[in-house]
Design a protein around this ligand. Structure first.
Ligand code: FAD
Length: 433
C-alpha cells in the first residue's frame, strides 16, 4: 500500500493488538482512528477498580520469553516497572494439595506409578526441544498426551483441565496449541526455577503508556464506540458505522474477536458465504471470579485442580506474584456460552469459588473474605482445533480490509506479547516497500 500520510485509517479494537497496530502506524507518520467498544482500553488485559486497587479483570502474568512485550516495555521507558519473581505451583488431587512444577515435586507425587512420573517429565522435556510444530498440527492434544503419559497419566494430570476449559471440544484441541503453552511456561525459568513477571501497576501501565504515545503522535482514540457495520468499498477500504458516526476509511484493520465480524459484515451488506467464515470461529467464555481475602489462600501462584466437586481447571493467587492489598485470587469458570451453567448469576459463581477455596484450605473462614466480583467475557479462549489455520477466514478478505485476532498467531495461545508482536508485524507488512 502506498504511504501517503493523509490516508484515512481505522483500527478496530483497543486491546493490546489494536494498540500495537495503532502505535506502529503513528510511528510511521499516519494518524489512525482507534475505535473501541468498551469504556476503557486494554481488551482482555483491561483493569478495573476492585478492593481499593486497580487490577486486571482477568489474571495476567508474563514469561521470560515474552520478548515483544519486553521490547515494548523498554521502548515506552517502563523497564524499571517490570519485575520478575520465582513462583510456585500446586496440584490439588484427592483432597490434598501437592507441590508441583519442579522435577522433585513430580518424582515425589505418590498417586501414580514411578514410570508414569518419568513419562510426565520426559514429555515436559520433549516439549522444550520441539522446534517444528507442523506434525502436531494434525494431531489432537488428548491423543498426543495419552501417547506420552499413558491413559492414567492423562486422566490424572490433564483430563479435567481440558474438560473444564473446553467441554465438548476437549478431544479436538490441537496438540500444537498445547505444546506451545507448555513450552512457553517451561522456558520461563531462571536457574531451573519458574520465574514469572508483572508490571508494577498492572497492565494498565502499558495500556496507558501506549495510548498516550498514540495520541501524542496524532492518533485519535474513540471509546464507547462499538462498530456496528463495515461495508467494503469497491476501490478498497470500507464504510464503518460506530456510535452515531458513519465514516469511510482507506484502510481498516480489525483486531476484535473474529466471530463478532460475522454480524458486523452482515450488517454492512457482505455476502453470507463470507460472513459464515467468521460465524464459524469458535470461542469459550469465562466467568472469572476474583476474591480479596484477609489472609493468603496458599503460597502458590497457581494451583491446578483435579476434583469432581469443582468445575474449574485451577485457581490463580495473584498476590503470590505481585504485591496487592490483601490476597487476590482468581477462579476462572470457563465454558461455551450455550452451556446452561453460563446463565447462572454472578453470585452463584462467586459462592462456588469461595466454597472451593475453603475446601482446599480448610483454615479459611467466611470472615476472611473481604471483596468479591465476577467478570465475564464471551471470547475468553479461542478454540484452536487441529489444522486450525486452514479453518480461519482470510486475513485480507477485501481490498485494504484486514481481520485478525488472537487465533492468528497459532499455535501460540492468546497473550499480550503475542498480540503486540503480531500487531507490529501486520502494520509493517501492509506498508512494506
Ligand atoms: C482469563 C484470561 C487470562 C489471561 N491471562 C494472560 C496472561 O497471564 N498473560 C498474557 O500475556 N495474556 C493473558 N491473557 C490474554 C491476553 O489478555 C490477550 O491475549 C490480549 O488481551 C489480546 O489482545 P487483543 O488486542 O488481541 O484482543 P482483545 O484483548 O480481545 O481486544 C479486542 C478489543 O476489541 C474490542 N471490541 C470488541 N468488539 C468491538 C466492536 N464491535 N467495536 C469496537 N471494539 C470492539 C474489545 O472491547 C476489546 O477491547 C488472558 C486472557 C484471559 C481472558
Amino acid at each position: 500500500m502506498n504511504k501517503e500520510k493523509d490516508k484515512k485509517i481505522a483500527v478496530i479494537g483497543g486491546g493490546p493488538m489494536g494498540l500495537s497496530v495503532c502505535h506502529e502506524l503513528t510511528k510511521m507518520g499516519f494518524s489512525p482512528d482507534l475505535i473501541e467498544a468498551d469504556d476503557r482500553l486494554g481488551g482482555m488485559a483491561a483493569c478495573f477498580d476492585f478492593a481499593n486497587q486497580k487490577i486486571e479483570r482477568y489474571y495476567h502474568f508474563h514469561c521470560t520469553g515474552d520478548l515483544a512485550f519486553q521490547k515494548k516495555v523498554k521502548e515506552l521507558g517502563l523497564e524499571n516497572q517490570l519485575k520478575w519473581k520465582n513462583t510456585k505451583m500446586g496440584f490439588f488431587y484427592k483432597n490434598k494439595l501437592y507441590k508441583w512444577g519442579s522435577v522433585a515435586s513430580v518424582l515425589k507425587f505418590p498417586k501414580i506409578s514411578l514410570i508414569s512420573r518419568f513419562r510426565y517429565l520426559l514429555h515436559a522435556l520433549r516439549c522444550l526441544t520441539i522446534k517444528d510444530w507442523n506434525h502436531l498440527d494434525k494431531v489432537s492434544a488428548s491423543f498426543w498426551l495419552k501417547k506420552w503419559l499413558g491413559k492414567n497419566g492423562y486422566r490424572i494430570f490433564w483430563m479435567k483441565l481440558f474438560k473444564y476449559k473446553f467441554f465438548q471440544y476437549s478431544d479436538n484441541i490441537s496438540a500444537a496449541w498445547i505444546w506451545s503453552r507448555i513450552q512457553r511456561l517451561g522456558k520461563s525459568r531462571r536457574f531451573l526455577k519458574e520465574t514469572l513477571g508483572y508490571l508494577k501497576g498492572g497492565s494498565d501501565q502499558l495500556i496507558e503508556s501506549i495510548s498516550n504515545e498514540i495520541e501524542l503522535l496524532g492518533g485519535k482514540i474513540y471509546l464507547n464506540s462499538k462498530v456496528k457495520s463495515i461495508t467494503p468499498q469497491n476501490n478498497g477500504g470500507g464504510k464503518i458505522i460506530f456510535k452515531n458516526k458513519e465514516r469511510v476509511y482507506d484502510l481498516i484493520i480489525s483486531t476484535i474477536p473474529l466471530p463478532l465480524l460475522g454480524n458486523i459484515f452482515q450488517s454492512g451488506g457482505v455476502e453470507k458465504k463470507i460472513c459464515n467464515l467468521y460465524f464459524n470461529c469458535k470461542s469459550i467464555a469465562c466467568a472469572c471470579v476474583i476474591l480479596n481475602l484477609k489472609k493468603p489462600f496458599s503460597d502458590n501462584f497457581w494451583v491446578n485442580i483435579n476434583d469432581d466437586r469443582f468445575k474449574i481447571p485451577g485457581v490463580i493467587e495473584m498476590s503470590n506474584l505481585r504485591p496487592t492489598l490483601g490476597s487476590i485470587v482468581y477462579i476462572p469458570f470457563y465454558m461455551p456460552t450455550d452451556t446452561p451453567d453460563y446463565q447462572r448469576e454472578d453470585k452463584d459463581f462467586i459462592n462456588d469459588a469461595w466454597q472451593c477455596l475453603k475446601q482446599i484450605n480448610t483454615s479459611l473462614t467466611d470472615d476472611d473474605l473481604m471483596h468479591s466480583y465476577c467478570n465475564r467475557y464471551i471470547f475468553a479462549q479461542p478454540i484452536c482445533e487441529t489444522d486450525h489455520l486452514s479453518k480461519l477466514p482470510p486475513i485480507n478478505p477485501f481490498k485494504n480490509i484486514f481481520t485478525v485476532d488472537t487465533t492468528i498467531y497459532y499455535p501460540d495461545d492468546r497473550g499480550i506479547s503475542e498480540s503486540i508482536e503480531y500487531g507490529e508485524k501486520l502494520a509493517k507488512s501492509i506498508f512494506k516497500e
